[in-house]
Design a protein around this ligand. Structure first.
Ligand SMILES: [Zn+2]
Length: 392
């Protein structure tokens, strides 16, 4: 677990840190500048409307995203500031910032979504700081912030690099320290796949299970595992487990024209990710057909589309059965863009889990129930529990 914590203060703080030369560096941390309150808002502002009695009704952020709940950020916060936590989900394209009450982490009280600044570190940090300030003004002051990032996160709060997406985030970039300075709050960071799992464990389809494994079937395959609502391991050692081998690697040249960076021919990511499925769909059904349309055609009885679904589930089950042996999960939660199309086939997938680790052990399979807000909930939930890092 990548961790960097610092106490929150509205006043300038002087920090003394060891530097890479073996000496000490002095750093003055400043409170938020007043000018940050006057900047233009984000591309999307999401908030739950207030009830007439002044109590803030909490809606799931996905309801707001879908337009079922409207409203701008408004009103005086009724939440005590000490109860709130902030979640920051940094993606290569979009950044989401939201506030939760840890007593009910499934409800995001308010969330902003804006483009991720990928070139200027100053703008990147400033955009997040301003977003947190706007949410603070409207909902309440969070006591700490968790951050989700698509990179390996070291326990000292640095990352392995996000350079392909965010130019200045190279290996060793001290993301937790940078954001802690910008926000004047304790900050913890972790890998995005791990935090999706944490979100499912505390607030989603994994709630009530001890060992939760999440498999995100998106651009790639993200793996996260939690035990008793805590990420397994002090760092994201398993998040690249989507590259286990599920086929020879020479059967489908259209999937393997560009070898996977993992070096394993026929890995799950090069077969079952949304990217791989899209390639297979185009090869089998024509270039004008996408994955969503393929699932629609299959549900309408199209034989070619049904054959693609059969093909996909065959390889997905090869992966899932290996994950049962590797992690002994009580539940596997499938997420990502492909998972939506798998809903009609869930019982078939459950029946295809034939591996078990001990007599009586069975692994349930569910689909994600969190969608857009999973990263924010998982990131904020880094502050809901404190003991897994010490014991890892
Ligand atoms: Zn691979």
């Amino acid at each position: 677990m990548g961790i960097c914590e610092r106490r929150h203060s509205r006043h300038p703080l002087l920090w003394v840190r060891p530097n890479v030369q073996g000496g000490l560096s002095l750093h003055l941390s400043r409170p938020w500048p007043a000018s940050s309150l006057d900047d233009a808002g984000p591309s999307h502002v999401l908030s739950a409307p207030e009830l007439p009695d002044g109590n803030r009704k909490r809606h799931r952020a996905r309801d707001v995203l879908r337009g079922r709940v409207g409203g701008q950020v408004s009103g005086t916060a009724s939440c005590g500031s000490s109860r709130l936590l902030c979640g920051i989900d940094v993606g290569g394209t979009r950044t989401k910032v939201g506030l939760i009450d840890p007593k009910d982490p499934s409800a995001v009280l308010a969330m902003e979504v804006f483009d991720t600044e990928r070139n200027s570190e100053e703008l990147f940090l400033g955009n997040i700081r301003k977003s947190v300030q706007r949410l603070t003004d409207k909902v309440g002051n969070p006591s700490a912030a968790g951050v989700s990032i698509g990179s390996y996160a070291f326990r000292d709060g640095s990352i392995d690099g996000f350079s392909s997406m965010i130019r200045f985030m190279t290996h060793g970039y001290p993301l937790a320290t940078k954001l802690s300075d910008a926000l004047c709050k304790p900050v913890r960071i972790d890998n995005d796949a791990r935090l999706i799992c944490l979100a499912e464990a505390v607030a989603g389809s994994g709630r009530g299970f001890s060992r939760v494994l999440t498999i995100t079937l998106g651009t790639g395959i993200g793996i996260g595992i939690c035990q008793d609502s805590k990420p397994l391991g002090s760092e994201p050692f398993f998040h690249l487990a989507g590259h286990l081998k599920v086929r020879e690697g020479t059967e489908f040249p259209w999937l393997d024209e560009t070898p996977c960076y993992c070096g394993i021919s026929g890995c799950a990511e090069s077969t079952c990710s949304g990217t791989a499925l899209a390639l297979h769909v185009r090869h089998e059904l024509g270039k004008g057909t996408d994955v969503k349309r393929m699932f629609e055609m299959a549900s309408q009885g199209d034989l070619k589309a049904k054959a693609v679904v059969d093909w996909y589930i065959t390889y997905l089950l090869r992966a899932l059965n290996q994950y049962v042996y590797a992690y002994c999960p009580d539940v596997i939660v499938l997420g990502g863009g492909v998972a939506h199309g798998l809903s009609p086939y869930l019982n078939r997938i459950r029946a295809g889990i034939t591996s078990w680790v001990f007599e009586g052990q069975r692994t349930e399979v569910r689909l994600t129930s969190l969608e857009e807000e999973a990263g924010v909930i998982g990131a904020a939930s880094l502050f809901c529990s404190d003991d897994w890092r010490a014991n890892a």
